[in-house]
Design a protein around this ligand. Sequence first.
Ligand code: ATP
Ligand code: MG
Length: 577
Amino acid sequence: MTSESHNPGGDGSDAPRRLNFVEQIIEDDRKAGKWDGRVCTRFPPEPNGYLHIGHAKSIHLNFGLAQRYGGTCYLRFDDTNPIKEEQEYIDSIIADVQWLGYDLTDRIFYASDYFQQMYDWAVQLVKAGKAYVCDLNAEEVREYRGTLTEAGKNSPYRDRGVEENLDLLDRMRKGEFPDGSRTLRAKIDMTSPNMNLRDPAMYRILHAKHPRTGDAWCIYPMYDWAHGLEDSIERITHSICTLEFENHRPLYDWFLDALGIYHPRQIEFAKLLLNYTVMSKRKLIELVRGGHVRGWDDPRMATISGLRRRGVTPVALKTFCSEIGVAKFNSTIDLGRLEYSIREDLNLRAPRVMAVLNPLKVVITNYPEDQVDELDAVNNPEDASAGTRKVPFSRELYIERDDFMEDPPRKFFRLGPGREVRMRYAYFVTCQEAVKDAAGNIVELRCTYDPATRGGDSPDGRKVKGTLHWVSAKHAVDAEVRLYDRLFSVENPNKVEEGQAWTDHINPDSLKVLENAKLEPNWREAADKATWSDDTARVQFERTGYFALDADTETAGKPVFNRTVTLKDTWAKIAGK
Ligand code: ATP
Ligand code: MG
């Protein structure tokens, strides 16, 4: 089996392809000698939730550009709103970026470390007559702001003198005023067609304890004010953000120009949108707090930690990000494309074992009671170096319940009364009888085998159409298997009709727990954490999908497997029904 680190250029990025528009900008800048040829980017999450797959796209873009151009990318926590931010989120974000494979040594920064510098710059703008303390409350500010079609009005506090502004700002900072009673605002243009330029707030009063600065501050900088300053301090060259910030760019530029400080270039790209998925942190938090899922890392969540627990590899996620590309316009990506990338990677690397998810007992009546055959099985048909293993076969086996039909249609190539199939790697087996309990449920099949077909081939050239996976009953290991379906039953769970809640679209059947699965005894060697870069063991259960060993295994007393993805795109089929 190959390990992740042996997968050369595993993110698909070494294939020749056209530059995306951000790369084009960077290459043009380098040709023009801008930024001294440097490339410095950042990924700037607010630590108010766990990261999701959309963030993975941004991480892949920012860290990927730095790698490609020999530059640097920082992880910067935009921790400017203490009410919503927590250490747990900071820790999870660091873990997720590292899991994706990016080195964070000496590359983690916090906006809160710049609070004093930001404040000094605010004082500079006040002194230059470019910022003022405003006493309007939130509602009044809204009234004065105007609308898209109507100019705003100047605040009655707009023409305060510099000395008075400096005094009030100082007292805001010292905690003399209650929350919401005053703001510091930039003095730009209340008639600007761009609403963001209508004297935007720079600071608000918030008597809240910050996870890192504690009670040192009771005024906190607003996003638009803070973000460019953070970029400037870190000497970012290309500040990449999503499209909604396009009409914030004039403000980003205004602040940096007004201060006359180092001025990065803001570039906007289209965010990742996925069907059947929600990504807003507010909604992810609601899924967790409302008990709709088992936690942030529930394998149904679009969080990076959920995808990891589900068994998705960093390679698959990065390949997906490379393949969907970077664009200037929003479009929704089909979840099937993510599943495709996951399958492609696991197909190459996941060792195969046999596991029966819904067991039905099979007794081979002509097979000697105490005999055990050790049959050769291929560990990974995609990787000869993975070798073979011995799988025990005996008189009693388990097969999948739905591999048998009492009254099968002609095209059903699996087992039925009188029908012959191949037991993978073993023998041809013919069903003689289905045994039922008093209620009429099939509890056991009685079959015969042909000893001449050992290994799965008939010497007389006889053909069978079906091959089943199986597990020897007395060698089987009990396991729990969790099958996942889409968390939402509609393509766009963000679209809500009147009288509905978005949570109404949650798929009630998104998790199916099978508690009686049976694994071949070799599962332990196959599900080897050490061969994967992230200590997550992944296998293919033949015919039923790719699975990852869950962390719950320790507490459940038996192995628990999460199905990462099915072997084929079953959705295409179902959608057409
Ligand atoms: P919220 O869900 O509350 O709007 P957010 O997703 O914008 O939050 P941030 O912490 O501000 O959260 O995001 C960090 C970075 O990730 C930002 O640069 C943002 O542009 C980027 N980002 C967020 N969502 C996506 C997405 N779906 N696709 C690509 N990039 C994204
Ligand atoms: Mg945001």
